[in-house]
Design a protein around this ligand. Sequence first.
Ligand code: G3P
Ligand code: CA
Length: 337
Amino acid sequence: MNRTATSRRVALSALVAATVAAAILLAAGPAGARQPEDVVLNVGHRGASGYAPEHTFAAYDLALRMGADYIEQDLQMTSDGVLVVLHDETLDRTARPTAESGPGDCTGLVREKTLAQIKTCDVGSWFNEAYPQYARPEYVGLKIPTLEEVFQRYRKSVNYYIETKSPEAAPGMEEELLRLMDEYGLTRPAAERWQVLIQSFSPASLQKVHALDPSLPLIQLFSGAETGETIQAKLDATAAYAVGIGPSKDDVDAALVEAAHARCLDVHPYTVNESAEMERLIAAGVDGMFTNFPDRLDAVLGKSAVDGRKHAAVLAKRANDACRGAGGHERRPSDGI
Ligand code: G3P
Ligand code: CA
């Protein structure tokens, strides 16, 4: 072989080696970046609330059967200090009186009612009236669950995604949540494998939880009044106490996901109900999403849906840890609030 041919071969080898190295670097991404194969969590928003009355055992059971990795709980507190699972601050939209109800038991603010009053209400009938195509006789008479009843029903067999709702109007909500998690043995599983994710629109509520127990994984929600840019401006502050963000789906694009991932914050948009939206957000790199239709997300994910819901949470936690270990922001117990 003459010198020219040898030089060409050496140059070609170097080019191939450089190309392979570049491809590996591109695939690996910058330190701390999430990987394309990372899990996409399927969060049953208020359960499978597209098909069954929200925040009932019927909706939670259905979400789990449809492939949800998490079931979501929105918390309200009764006047006698019990955490119940209901989205709205008032009973008006979803509660209807029954023969047991006294006057006014099933309207008005939850925090002005006792648990006994609230337990007289029916939260299934409204759904049958609003969604006759999904109506079922067994939904009539369904009750508002307490958080404790939810923990008693599912124990450690599922993952919970729990929101402190209007926490400023319910002092002690965070302490009671953490007390119940302790009582049902969910505190360590939350910290170690994200069996419980705690979410809130209120930074103060999450910062309070963080101060009470810095090991707990927290998700900062952002309202639809924000934009991708305003959320980006808050990511550094959020990363001081949270492991992820929950933006409105319309605020999410690849730039926001990249900015969040650069700080090792997972991105879980809400509320994503159409398959095309799910596909767009997965392409943008999100790590999960809230949906009223967990079966649709399961179908979109197809083979990439993680088999076994507990495993999905473990993989998500592991990916987040790997990001932090690879040079992203690392939370410490001493982080300020
Ligand atoms: O928690 C995520 C999403 O549920 C926030 O909106 O109003 O349905 O609680 P909302
Ligand atoms: Ca919620």
